[in-house]
Design a protein. Structure first.
Length: 254
């Protein structure tokens, strides 16, 4: 069994076909899928799907950095109501300056608050990061005393960045479709990161692997990512499946 550690079946691009997409994923050997939370606007759809597929879909809970604005404190105030709903991680949370820095300070404060929440609830964190590594490391350094654990979602950075992250907590990396792209520098990084620190993810409906690049992604495509990692590491795909499934099971307590 494979585990997709980051997907969005409730996304408007995938939601109309969500039930069929879940069935295709199960048929492809993807037995468990974790849905990342974004904000309150899509949370009802997320939970409706989770409740319809117990033991298959699992929820994260958190405020996505791209959803942070002047109402971020109100959004975070909504989170405790879901504490007993089977949450497996606080995420996806983090920093994203790719589209601009208007809400930079609010993103940083929202991240600090949610890291504290993860520690208080004894949950791993799922970190989304774009164009903000130094600020992330500054905040992780501030919060080192929390004993954080989690994963760096959609990891495409260098091996050196991976090593730096280990100074501030026990962090795995989520590897998705980018690793299958031609000439992706991530391939060389994946060769160096221990398999025991790798999680598989699709980020569906985004970042579809080759040969579906540019089209809608699905959890059913996760075996393509596993196969590419096996090729890069020179191991049997069954080993990638076994180790990454064990990694996800342990981190998210599935």
């Amino acid at each position: 069994m494979l585990i997709d550690t980051h997907t969005h079946f409730y996304d408007e691009w995938l939601l109309p076909d969500a039930e069929a997409a879940i069935a295709r994923a199960l048929e492809a050997g993807v037995g468990k899928m974790i849905q990342a939370d974004v904000d309150s606007r899509e949370r009802d759809a997320l939970w409706a799907l989770n409740d319809a597929h117990p033991g298959v879909l699992y929820p994260m809970l958190g405020l996505y950095p791209g959803s942070v604005d002047g109402r971020w404190e109100e959004e975070i105030a909504l989170l405790p109501a879901y504490r007993d709903r089977g949450i497996v991680a606080i995420g996806e949370i983090g920093l994203d300056y790719h589209e601009g820095t208007e809400w930079k300070e609010q993103q940083k404060e929202a991240l600090r608050v949610q890291l504290e929440l993860a520690a208080a609830w004894d949950l791993p964190v799922n970190i989304h990061l774009r164009d903000a590594w130094e600020d992330l490391f500054t905040i992780l350094s501030e919060k080192r005393h929390l004993g954080l654990r989690g994963n760096l979602h959609c990891f495409t950075a260098s091996y050196e960045i991976y090593l730096r992250a280990q100074k501030y907590g026990d962090f795995s990396v989520g590897i998705g479709g980018v690793v299958t792209f031609r000439n992706a520098s991530l391939a060389e990084t994946v060769k160096r990161i221990p398999l025991e620190k790798i999680l598989l993810e699709t980020d569906a409906p985004y970042l579809a692997p080759t040969p579906w690049r540019g089209r809608r992604n699905e959890s059913a495509y996760l075996p393509l990512i596993a196969a590419r990692i096996a090729e890069l590491k020179g191991v049997d795909p069954a080993e990638v499946e076994a180790v990454t499934t064990a990694n996800a099971t342990q981190l998210f307590r599935l």
